[in-house]
Design a protein around this ligand. Structure first.
Ligand code: PEP
Ligand code: MN
Length: 276
């Protein structure tokens, strides 16, 4: 299996514009669930940048459970994301829903996201193997670790080794949280595969008050980064407002993530010193 970590193999470094995922320091992608308007996106992008995240993530094509819910601004949303990149220098991560849309999304984005509901859309995975852009592969709502890694294998096998796995919570009997964030899977996958793994505590919990503790827990479990939903005014969000961090809470989280990153660097240096 191309996704399998061989003995002594380092984590694959994935390059997203100027950002890096898998290089040791926690990577952060943040932004609103959906691109809603130019004003909303630019306000979010400036906030994301001010907090120190390296990547702006927002949906232009939204996979919604109900066909009556906001479906996204589509190509206009892609243009706004590219404009936000121009303004801020942040790399852009956005979702692609179908194989036929890969060329247009790849023309605007620095990284293409496969949503949980599409994890086993094999035509899409094969097309992403030829997209020439890094891929963020979210774990399916009921996917086992093996099924998730097999989905990544499709992309690698089709020619694209720049894949990041994203744990975003799975369906369980629990109803208090939107999903159950499976941090055990993160630690397990870090051992099984050389691909970087990031965690999305926003969809993983559906509750903004749980995002901060679980983002820190994700790093402690070995994650290479986190995906955080933020919105300049979450109460007005067209999508996923209850799990989106407002500006101050996002900035506080980024402070703690930086602190954790420094701790991680220090413990790695201590390990290296012990080794010599
Ligand atoms: C999203 O990332 O906004 C999203 C729809 O997530 P998921 O595919 O994990 O449900
Ligand atoms: Mn969302």
């Amino acid at each position: 299996m191309l996704t399998q970590r061989q003995a002594g193999q380092q984590t694959t470094l994935v390059r997203v514009g100027a950002a890096r995922i898998g290089g040791g320091q926690p990577a952060v992608m943040a932004g609103p669930c959906a691109v809603e308007s130019k004003e909303q996106l630019l306000a979010a992008a400036c906030l994301v940048k001010a907090g120190g995240a390296q990547m702006l993530r927002g949906g232009a094509f939204k996979p919604r459970t109900s066909p009556y819910a906001f479906q996204g601004l589509e190509e206009e949303g892609l243009r706004l994301l590219a404009e936000a990149r121009e303004e801020t220098g942040l790399a852009v991560v956005t979702e692609v829903l179908e194989a036929a849309a890969v060329p247009v999304v790849a023309a605007y984005a620095d990284m293409l996201q496969v949503g949980a509901r599409n994890m086993q859309n094999f035509a899409l995975l094969k097309a992403l193997g030829k997209a020439g852009k890094p891929v963020l592969l979210k774990r399916g709502l009921s996917a086992t670790i093996e099924e998730w890694l097999c989905a990544a294998e499709y992309i690698l096998e089709a020619g694209n080794g720049q894949v990041v796995l994203c744990e975003r919570g799975i369906r369980t009997f629990e109803t208090h949280t939107r999903n159950t964030l499976d941090l055990g899977a993160v630690a397990a996958v870090k051992g099984l595969s050389h691909l970087p793994v990031i965690v999305d505590p926003s969809h993983g919990t559906g509750r903004r008050e749980l995002v901060h503790p679980l983002a820190l827990a994700a790093l402690a479990a070995g994650a290479d980064g986190v995906l955080i939903e933020v919105h300049p005014a979450p109460e007005e969000a067209l999508c996923d407002g209850p799990q989106s961090l407002p500006p101050m809470e996002y900035l506080e989280l980024m402070d703690d993530l930086r602190f954790y990153g420094r701790l991680r660097k220090r413990s790695r240096m201590a390990q290296l010193e012990k080794a010599v």
